[in-house]
Design a binder for this molecule. Structure first.
Ligand SMILES: *Cc1c(COP(=O)(O)O)cnc(C)c1O
Ligand SMILES: [Zn+2]
Length: 408
């Protein structure tokens, strides 16, 4: 196996940089860098059949992944997750083409595993010994796991009110865990301030070029699942936006490989009403989003008030005929229970938000019942146990003479 990576390219000003030295954002304009590949050469050598002979993780796409030496891959078996048809939820809408991409089955229970496997692997290849990152929670636990696997020193910074399990995971994986009185952007400022003097590589979302290479594999897998014919719409719970821009990049690369045509799904950003910078900018027709004030939602992964990749998301929404939509925390809670009861899928609040958004978009006629739609359950609800209230459950006393009368 050989990677066809050639260089890094700025998505904003077009400047190019070496992919064999450490870079964060563009040294000329400060915007997002993308890994680029020699897809003309890859097209001749890399065949769909090659995938079938490889292990079931995201590194089976090695030719269009950024690591040069397979020995540097740091894997815990991430990716290659199931695409589960919804069996009941679509019925009231006459829709039988709804699918859940079940990302909760990833190592550390969220799709952050993909991005961090890619970022940590490339960092290892470039000789990085210590990494710092801000996180709303899941990125910290994923980075901590891959850091442990790679034998690197990991430093994570998350809000004091991040979900408990994500703090515990990071702690158990041996990372230095700091809780910040503030949001992910406040944590990001601390990482930027501390990194230079401590020699940390900063892997903040879209502020290094490789996390989105891991996330793009979600798009590659969808193409393969649907036999190289992309679905009609993708609903994606959006925080920093790595996934949405990563998948968009994946589709472009697959077309250049000659594996898919020019059809693209409508890319749909789903955010929470309490933190919807991208939805707001989309409604106002702007390419850049402003910092969203007082961000608050039960969906921690969506509590990202400012995103460096805003313009990349806007471009994908526009080019795909997609949209951006927000849902309330109450709608998310209802959706969580509907998805769990109807489908047996333990969806995180972020994942459930896509089902809440689907219902709204059907009501608005933006989506049609016959359309093939993918909802991303980006993480497992196992990580948000505090959102589930079981205090009202009946308690039985085995010696109670009326015991059986108390059972339905
Ligand atoms: C990080 C995260 C998101 C947001 O993903 P981005 O690609 O950063 O937009 C959504 N849901 C969960 C569970 C997450 O951990
Ligand atoms: Zn630039």
């Amino acid at each position: 196996m050989k990677s066809y990576i050639t260089h890094l390219e700025c998505t904003y000003c077009g400047a190019t940089f070496s992919c064999d030295e450490i870079h964060n954002t563009c040294a000329k304009c400060g915007k997002v860098l993308y890994a680029r590949y020699d897809l003309v050469a890859a097209r001749k050598e890399f065949k769909k059949d090659d995938l079938l002979r490889r292990p079931g993780n995201m590194w089976r796409w090695f030719e269009i992944m950024p690591v040069r030496d397979p020995a540097n891959v740091v894997t815990l078996g991430e990716g290659h997750t199931p695409l589960l048809p919804a069996l009941r939820l679509g019925k009231p809408y006459g829709a039988n083409q709804i699918f859940f991409k079940e990302e909760g089955l990833n190592p550390t229970g969220s799709f952050k595993a993909r991005g961090m496997s890619a970022a940590v692997s490339k960092a290892k290849e470039l000789g990085v010994k210590a990494i710092g990152a801000p996180s709303a929670g899941n990125a910290a636990s994923a980075l901590s796991a891959y850091g442990a696997r790679a034998g690197m020193q990991i430093n994570v910074f998350m809000p004091t009110d991040a979900p408990e399990m994500m703090k515990k995971e990071s702690f158990m994986f041996g990372a230095n865990v700091y809780l910040v009185r503030g949001l992910i952007n406040d944590a990001g400022a601390i990482v930027r301030a501390a990194s230079p003097s401590r020699g940390w590589f900063d892997v903040s979302t879209l502020k290094e070029p490789y996390r989105q290479e891991g996330k793009k594999t979600m798009g590659l897998e969808l193409a393969e699942h649907f036999n190289w014919e992309l679905p009609d719409a993708i609903l994606y719970p959006t925080g920093g936006g790595t996934g949405i821009v990563g998948m968009w990049k994946a589709f472009d690369e697959l077309e250049q490989l000659g594996w898919i045509g020019s059809k693209r799904p409508k890319m749909i950003v789903v955010q929470a009403e309490g933190c919807m910078p991208i939805v707001k900018a989309w409604r106002e027709g702007k390419r850049h989003a402003e910092l969203f004030p007082n961000a608050q939602t039960i969906a921690a992964g969506l509590r990202v008030p400012v995103a460096i990749g805003d313009y990349l998301m806007m471009d994908a929404l526009k080019a795909s005929g997609g949209t951006a939509i927000s849902v309330t925390d109450d709608e998310i809670r209802l959706a969580m229970s509907e998805v769990a009861r109807s489908e047996g899928i333990f969806a995180s609040p972020e994942g459930a938000a896509t089902w809440a958004a689907y219902k709204l978009l059907m009501a608005q006629n933006f989506l049609k019942p016959e359309e093939k739609v993918v909802l991303f359950n980006c993480g497992s609800l196992l990580k948000n146990a505090e959102l589930i209230d079981v205090s009202g459950l009946p308690v039985l006393d085995p010696k109670d003479p009326d015991l059986l009368a108390k059972i339905k």
